[in-house]
Design a protein around this ligand. Structure first.
Ligand code: ATP
Ligand code: MG
Length: 528
């Protein structure tokens, strides 16, 4: 078993509201919590707390209590923080919905989570109202933050000036949020996270991720996904830093916001790292304010990470996690300059992990001459491990064992100095003639080609029903790149069994809002 190199941290036995807002001191109150680049408006911690309380009071007056599930469908705008923490303030449960979802997808999540209220914004009201109708939520329970005929809105709810009631619940067992996993490998699963899970992950992260009070953090990763929810909305607010909100990713907007607001700390996912490493427009902006870039959510290879870091003149640190871990379990500490850019760092405090050989079930502990263990499935235990999947006792039983370890489904290795590196997902490994090939390794190699802008690899069947690696490649404009050139490039760099044996050029690699390559979409395209 591997343990966190850190001594355990104290995890306050309180709700996430008490932890974030109950701990505010006078010196924090006039600091800026949120900046909205669309209007330039700033929200102080004092005003954020007042809004959270007033929104909670207005919801309570309408009958929302500790049993109510409220669905939140909203891009990253400052009001998200008000609503999210207002709901949690009452001990009600928030289920956050992907703001790119269709009416049908929204309805599915509302039904699965048994939400009886929906909070949204007018640009999303089309699909939101359709989903609410189908799920039987009446208009007076569909709150449209910026206002719409026949619906409650934020301004008037806050203007009621109500005080929320005192509520009592056990933070260790009471569900706070029901985020959904990204649906990379199948249908998204609702994940039950308690107040303690959320509080724990903030305090565990605080020790390793050096996000400080004076940091300006660009909040482009979606708050609805667990990564943005914990490290942006919760960690950055707990540190009393300032969040600059972006409702959607656009590279030029992203760079302009960094320049204009002098952002110091960026949380990104690998697609943004690829853009920062490869896109010429990056040189047109002044990003010198950035100190640290933190990447998670999907594999990021060392070469892309270093190229992006050079162009930002900042360090890129990786972390690893999943919805089921609230989400962070590993991160590279800022002072560990010895760790390669490709690694996801050490176990955060209060966690331990095992590496399990997926073939034999044996625990892997021995390090080879290169300092690394053999690859194995990562199992993690800690106070950030979910209560279970919602409505999915079968999936919960497969994922959580009797000793409290969560089986991540990800293959990784451990280095004797303490860090882990992720190889790929167990389910995505390609089996070629008995050899295993990690798509992520081939994708990294393809990205190192100067005329390849983006790439993804999946296993496909050849004519003999043998699984072979196929690359989907986005070529640089007018590059004239051919499939043979791509295959020859890979063949020159890898062992013969890992060669890419088919290439298809494609306009863009399908990716989820949380930043993952949707290999399942490429597999569907292949079948079609
Ligand atoms: P689903 O479980 O619905 O198929 P998902 O696993 O993509 O979707 P998330 O919980 O958002 O849903 O993502 C967690 C996964 O993201 C991890 O299991 C892992 O595969 C991947 N991941 C996260 N961080 C990293 C990282 N730094 N390097 C490699 N993979 C990562
Ligand atoms: Mg998953």
């Amino acid at each position: 078993m591997f343990q966190s190199p850190y001594p355990p941290v104290d995890i306050p036995d309180e709700s996430i509201y008490d932890d974030l807002f109950g701990s505010l001191v006078e010196a924090d109150l006039d600091r800026v919590a949120l900046i909205d680049p669309a209007t330039g408006a700033e929200t102080t911690y004092r005003s954020l707390r007042a809004q959270v309380d007033a929104f909670a009071g207005a919801l309570a007056a309408r009958g929302v209590d500790t049993e109510t599930v409220v669905a939140l469908l909203c891009p990253n705008v400052p009001a998200f923080a008000t609503v999210f923490h207002g709901i949690l303030r009452l001990g009600a449960i928030v289920t956050t919905i992907n703001s790119l979802y269709t009416a049908h997808e929204i309805e599915n999540q509302i039904q699965d989570a048994a939400a009886t209220w929906l909070v949204t914004v007018s640009p999303l009201l089309g699909p939101a109202a359709e989903a609410a109708r189908a799920a039987g939520i009446p208009d007076d329970r569909v709150i449209v933050l910026d206002g719409a005929e026949g619906h409650p809105d934020l301004r008037s709810m806050l203007a009621e000036g109500r005080t929320p009631p005192d509520v009592a619940f056990d933070p260790s067992t009471h569900v706070a949020v029901l985020p959904y996993s990204s649906g990379t490998t199948g249908n998204p699963k609702g994940v039950m996270l308690t107040h303690r899970n959320l509080v724990a992950n903030v305090h565990q992260c605080r020790v390793v991720i050096e996000l400080q009070r004076d940091d300006r953090v660009l909040a482009v990763l979606p708050f609805f996904h667990i990564y943005g929810m914990t490290v942006l909305l919760n960690l950055a607010l707990r540190q009393r830093a300032s969040l600059v909100t972006m409702p959607r990713f656009d590279l030029v907007e992203f760079l302009r916001n960094i320049q204009e607001y002098r952002c110091t700390f960026l949380f990104i996912a690998p697609p943004i790292a690829v853009a920062l490493a490869k896109h010429p427009v990056v040189d047109d902006f002044d990003t010198s304010s950035v100190r640290t870039v933190f990447s998670g959510a999907a594999p990021l290879d060392g070469e892309t990470a270093e190229a992006a870091a050079r162009r930002m003149s900042a360090r890129i640190l990786q972390g690893y996690g999943m919805s089921e871990l609230s989400p962070v379990s590993h991160a590279v500490p800022e002072d560990r300059v010895d760790m390669p850019a490709s690694s996801v760092g050490v176990l955060i405090p209060n966690t331990d992990a095992k590496l399990i050989d997926p073939e034999t079930g044996a625990e892997i502990e021995a390090h080879g001459d290169d300092g690394l263990t053999a690859p194995g499935e990562i199992w993690v235990r800690g106070p950030n491990v979910m209560l279970g999947y919602l409505n999915r006792p079968d999936a919960t039983a497969e994922t959580l064992d009797a000793d409290g370890f969560l089986h991540t489904g990800d293959i990784g290795v451990h280095h004797v100095s303490g860090y882990f590196s992720i190889v790929d997902r167990l389910k995505e490994l390609i089996k070629y003639k008995g050899y295993q090939i990690a798509p992520a390794e081939l994708e990294a190699l393809l990205l190192s080609h100067p005329r390849i802008m983006d790439a993804a690899v999946i296993g496909v069947d050849d004519d003999d029903k043998q699984e072979i690696p196929k690359a989907f490649v986005v070529a640089a404009p007018d590059s004239g790149l051919t499939a043979d050139e791509v295959m020859a490039f890979v063949a020159a760099e890898v062992a013969p069994h890992k060669k890419v044996r088919r290439v298809e050029f494609i306009e863009a690699i399908p990716k989820s809002a949380s930043g993952k390559i949707l290999r399942k979409d490429l597999r569907a395209r292949e079948r079609a």
